[in-house]
Ligand binder design. Sequence first.
Ligand code: XCC
Ligand code: SF4
Length: 625
Amino acid sequence: MAKAIKNIDQKSIWDDARQMLAKAEKDGVETAWDRLEQQSPHCQFGESGVCCRICTMGPCRVSKKAPRGVCGADADVIVARNFGRFVAGGSAGHSDHGRDCIEALYDVAHGKTKDYTIKDEDKLRRIAAELGIAEQGRETLEVAKDLAEEFYANYGSRRDEVSFLCRVPQKRKDIWHNLGMTPRGVDREIAEMMHRTHMGCDNDAVNTMVHSARTCLADAWAGSMIATEISDILFGTPSPRMSQANLGVIKEDQVNILVHGHNPIVSEKIVEAVNDPELIALAKQKGASGINVAGLCCTGNELMMRQGIPMAGNHLMTELAIVTGAVELIVVDYQCIMPSLVTVGNCYHTKMVTTADKAKFTGAEHVKFEMTNGMAQARKVVQMAIARFALRDKKRVQIPKGPVPMMTGFSNEALLAALGGTLTPLIEAIKAGKVRGAVAIVGCNNPKYQQDYCNVNLARELIKRDILVLVTGCVTTAAGKANLLMPESISQAGPGLQEICGSLGIPPVLHMGSCVDNARIIQLAAMLANELGVDISDLPLAGSSPEWYSEKAAAIGTYCVASGIYTHLGHPPNITGSELVTNLALKGLDELVGACFLIEPDPFKAAEHIDQRIKAKRLGLGLPA
Ligand code: XCC
Ligand code: SF4
């Protein structure tokens, strides 16, 4: 892995980031890039996954000289156990977010809250029917009660498989069944992963890796999918709309509030509160021309998909957004929020507010959001932001100019609507080779890379080859800033994609949501496979997370592969200390589940490999390459 990057231009491809990196230096603000330098070089034992801290006979780090830990575990066992716990962490993140969504649906259904309602009743009924819950002739809230119970049961230990396996092609389910990979319950698989990786339990690396995949499949087809579906039910199913991205969305003359994290339950209320005429009047009284809210990371994606709220930036922009000196308040829920934001905020007048008891930050103010007080708490947070406006030091404000326009809102429902109600036009385009395949580029930033260089260049290379690109998570902002999320950007695509996207009036790169919304993408893959009567692994699809960093991203990559989708990563997880586990990831899985990982830091080479894979899949289906 590359060493820490020192030159500002090499830290990011973006002008807004570079301006703020220079300002951070001038203002004496430390960023992730500085701390990466302090942490480099990284511990080789840790990086290759051969450091075990699972018991106090250790910690053990195995090497040629000392190939086994005190208990006798070798590198294969240690690496597999570490990986299992790593993806269990990621699966827990998405799935616990999903659980919070179920609690919200439950409270709405039982009339325990007036702050939240059901916005998409059709979707509620459609999903209820899909899962075998009677809905015709019944009150909406009665159906919602049953759906909440059904979803809760997906977290337990009493089922043979999670509910949404009804969406999975039979061939895929058979593969999972035969491998012992069928996800039974979200909490069960995660707890079992922790159990298996206790000292003296699962000491067969392949067996541990199979359960890792099972845990991630529970994330995909239950935890994340439930989070997405309930978010649509409660806040509306996204449809195409326009928005904007980059730090230029921060407004000099307004009170600026940034929302950061993942779950729309908090941020949706903040958006409502900033539109409250009373609060706007209060802001004006304090000398601001209004109240502006902008998103960061996945909370930003959720709000952008449904409300068109602009995106200030992705993961590595979160510190830099505060460096503008124009952010009054940053309100967060959970996941991907750097603890450094409190410190950066203290260098300016920026207040940080936490909202979830499971994600408190020392130095931040805690305003606990519950289902019954969401609106009141949101108003309180907005008032706090307004009060900070007077503290802003105008001499230290510098906001990069010119936000970039982008199109968002491509839920599967919206995509189907754009296609005229059926997948047929897309399938015909795939058969004709006009759309040769589709690749989901998802995930994060990581200061070990030039920010967004791989994310953007991979997308550009793929659309040139008539491969439709779907983006979620932090790649969204990258694609948006690169002008790839506009219908006009078809000029950068190959002729086939130009024709198809042009006739539909959609961009060649479609924004499908946040990280949990990768569930939309695997659902789409399953729909295509079912329509064609094949397995997901037969389709000309791939996934990619070029600049990933998080446990969640590793869980997503793993469930993609286990679902039959070839998946590219810019760098490997910490598994290279085991040849067995590494070979399984890069090759062996192909025989087991019909897909494997590709590791390639260069986006141009990655595009070539993905293209080859798509060609092979097309030929396998009897289609022209
Ligand atoms: Fe986090 Fe979801 Fe990664 Fe962005 S992309 S840095 S995980 S916010 Ni999921
Ligand atoms: Fe060492 Fe084994 Fe304990 Fe791990 S489980 S720390 S390898 S003794």
